[in-house]
Ligand binder design. Structure first.
Ligand SMILES: NC(=O)c1ccc[n+]([C@@H]2O[C@H](COP(=O)([O-])OP(=O)(O)OC[C@H]3O[C@@H](n4cnc5c(N)ncnc54)[C@H](O)[C@@H]3O)[C@@H](O)[C@H]2O)c1
Length: 304
């Protein structure tokens, strides 16, 4: 039987661990040849070697697949171009880009340093731009290509102590949508996925209070490999009409997220003054205001 991604070539950034590792293995199992990029970053973003990526490549090869390691940083424009070139040189083409590499530098906003903000934007947002932009000319020329970018409910819904990360991840969602629009005429697709997975990335969540402990116990049930089947499906030709969307995957649950649209309007023929805004517009709009929900306030049920 023909496998779903037979003949395709994929690049998975941050593919050495966690969610990216599961995706790299599943893409290979579906027949794709895979460039496993990972600089073996510590959670805070310091490079510590290619070992995790090498282990994933070894596992793919042991299962009869083809893969190669790339140890570059997505945050660097030239390195991002080299990882795409490495796919083309080694395997002859590039069909799939999974922007998954990530780091955290959590801090409450009033204590967040410039370095903490810049580092997270550089890997998640600029990194997703760098790698996508490097692949774009290949996708345009061949008239096909599939981007999947990892976003987060920390951005789509909200989370505390993650202003850098939330800003980057909502940026990633907008980047994905813009790529989908700009490149639709070349048969190129772009979607964002918010994974839920127990990886070292969320292992850094504090579990001191009983409430935090309960939450962390729930998070430990989230299997990173369970994100992969959905991502593989998105990359298949059978999903050719799926683009510009925002999805979520949490164990056996798959979500489609809404995208912002006006939910209420206030208008006044004679125009507004600050006073009439306060008297009329804000009370009118207030019925549609959102609470300061965090992701955990919205996803209140145990994962299925
Ligand atoms: N785990 C979750 O519940 C969760 C939730 C929402 C979003 N995400 C997103 O999913 C993606 C994967 O997260 P994870 O939980 O598997 O984390 P992880 O820390 O287990 O894996 C991330 C990988 O990215 C690599 N990396 C970091 N900086 C890099 C760089 N500059 N260049 C190349 N590789 C780099 C790391 O070495 C690491 O192996 C991230 O984008 C993350 O923001 C995860």
């Amino acid at each position: 039987m023909m496998r779903l991604l037979e003949g395709k070539v994929a690049l998975v950034t941050g593919g050495g661990r966690g969610v990216g590792r599961g995706i790299a293995l599943a893409l290979a199992e579906a027949g794709a040849k895979v460039v496993v990029n990972d600089l073996g970053a510590t959670l805070e973003g310091e490079a510590s070697g290619e070992q995790p990526a090498r282990e994933v490549v070894a596992a793919i090869e042991a299962a009869g697949g083809e893969a190669t390691v790339d140890g570059g940083s997505v945050a660097e424009w030239n390195a991002a171009h080299r990882m795409v070139e490495s796919a083309v040189e080694r395997f002859g083409r590039i069909d799939i880009v999974i922007n998954n590499a990530g780091i955290l530098r959590d801090a409450m906003f009033h204590r967040m340093s410039e370095a903490e903000f810049d580092a997270v934007i550089a890997v998640h947002l600029k990194g997703s731009f760098n790698v996508s932009r490097a692949a774009a000319p290949h996708f345009k020329t061949q008239g096909s290509g599939c981007f999947v970018h990892m976003t987060s409910t920390s951005a789509l819904v909200g989370n505390m102590g993650q202003a850098n990360y939330s800003a980057a991840k909502l940026g990633v969602m907008a980047l994905s949508k813009s790529i989908a629009m700009d490149m639709a005429k070349f048969g190129v697709r772009s979607n964002a996925v918010a994974p839920f997975a127990w990886t070292r990335m969320i292992d850094s969540i504090p579990d001191e209070t009983p409430e935090q402990k309960k939450r962390v116990e729930g998070l430990k049930k989230l299997v990173p490999e369970k994100v992969a089947p959905f991502v593989v499906a998105l990359c298949a030709d059978e999903a050719r009409d799926v683009t510009g969307q925002v999805f979520g995957v949490r164990n056996n649950e798959i979500y489609l997220f809404s995208q912002p649209r006006p939910v209420r309007t206030a208008h006044r023929g004679e125009g507004w003054t600050p006073e009439t805004v306060l008297q009329t517009a804000i009370p009118t709009l207030k019925a549609g205001f959102y609470a300061l929900d965090r992701s955990a306030d919205v996803f209140t049920w145990d994962p299925v």
